[in-house]
Design a protein around this ligand. Structure first.
Ligand code: 13P
Ligand code: SF4
Length: 308
């Protein structure tokens, strides 16, 4: 069944002039049928470099929305509408506006894990891969940052700036509630020679015990190139598949086997096949808001030397 779906998707990609971009957390079979696998930053850049008419974004909805924002001339498909991100839902337009009113002179930096209406009223749009570098370059000692209290705290530590979290309670349930300090302690005991890489959405008590902190693709590069042959992966387990496939010869161990994002895993070969075959679940964005969000993204990326 999987093989039949895979073949049908490969045929449909040619027929529709489509490319599949998959996030590092996607199911192994989804990664394997994709043209490109990466973190949020890489996916957004890659989407702008493709000549294909159709982009299938295998990830959560804000990623598909961001691909549509950056590529108004392309058709972006998000195979499963229910694949949302619980972290993005913390930063509603109402919350963002309230913070902007309370702190009118402080720039609002939003994490790409947020929705278009919020991005459009932000000053900068960052991903976990570039948040620290962008914030360092913003000409203000204080910034508003959201959603994600852990990433915000990490950005504050690394940039030396005062960071006000928007909103205070925002977090990712996978990195905050499933991955824990106990996992780190157990991993160190069980694998004393291993290196541990974690995502900045993990809490401080986890990050403090890690050898490396970075976005999913930065974790991938570290795991592949570090001196140890055993690397513990402290993020959603999807990244382990990519590592085993693209950087064989080392042992990659999930920090916690249960670190599975139920939203990311809603995208399946069947939902990709259905959306491509029927051209359904086309991402529609407000043209005006999209134009503003694209300008903010371009401005942010330029700050760190990335040209879209
Ligand atoms: P990356 O941009 O590091 O891939 O992270 C996205 C994400 O959703 C983390 O939970
Ligand atoms: Fe959102 Fe967390 Fe899933 Fe990433 S892992 S998509 S932040 S819920």
């Amino acid at each position: 069944m999987k093989e039949e779906l895979r073949e049908e998707i490969i045929r449909l990609k040619k027929e529709k002039n489509a490319a599949i971009l998959a996030h590092n957390y996607q199911l192994p079979e989804v990664q394997d049928v994709s043209d490109f696998v990466g973190d949020s930053l890489e996916l957004s850049i890659k989407a702008t470099k493709l000549s294909n008419k159709v982009i299938v974004l295998a990830g959560v909805d804000f990623m598909a929305e961001q691909a549509a924002v950056l590529n108004p001339e392309k058709i972006v498909l998000h195979p499963e509408k229910g694949a949302t991100c619980s972290l993005a839902n913390y930063l509603t337009l109402k919350v963002a506006k309230a913070y902007k009113e309370k702190y009118p002179d402080i720039p609002l930096v939003v994490y790409v894990n947020s929705y278009l209406e919020v991005k459009a009223i932000s000053d900068y749009i960052v991903t976990s891969a570039n948040a620290v570098e962008v914030v360092k370059r913003i000409d203000s000692p204080r910034i508003l940052f959201g959603p994600d209290r852990n990433l915000a705290e990490y950005v504050a530590e690394k940039s030396g700036k005062e960071v006000i979290v928007v909103p205070q309670e925002s977090h990712c349930y996978v990195h905050s509630h499933i991955i824990s300090k106990e996992d780190m302690i157990l991993a160190r005991e069980k694998y004393p020679n291993a290196k541990i890489a974690v995502h900045p959405e993990t809490p401080k008590e986890v990050r403090e015990l890690a050898d490396f902190i970075g976005s999913t693709s930065q974790m991938m590069k570290y795991a592949c190139s570090c001196e140890s042959n055993q690397v513990i992966i402290g993020t959603e387990i999807g990244l382990v598949h990519r590592l085993r496939k693209e950087c064989p010869g080392k042992e990659y161990i999930p920090l916690n086997d249960a670190a599975i994002c139920r939203f990311m895993k809603q995208i399946t070969l069947k939902s990709i096949r259905d959306s491509l075959r029927d051209m359904k679940n086309i991402v529609v964005v407000d043209e005006n808001l999209a134009k503003i969000a694209k300008e903010k993204t371009t401005k942010t990326y330029e700050l760190v030397g990335i040209k879209l």
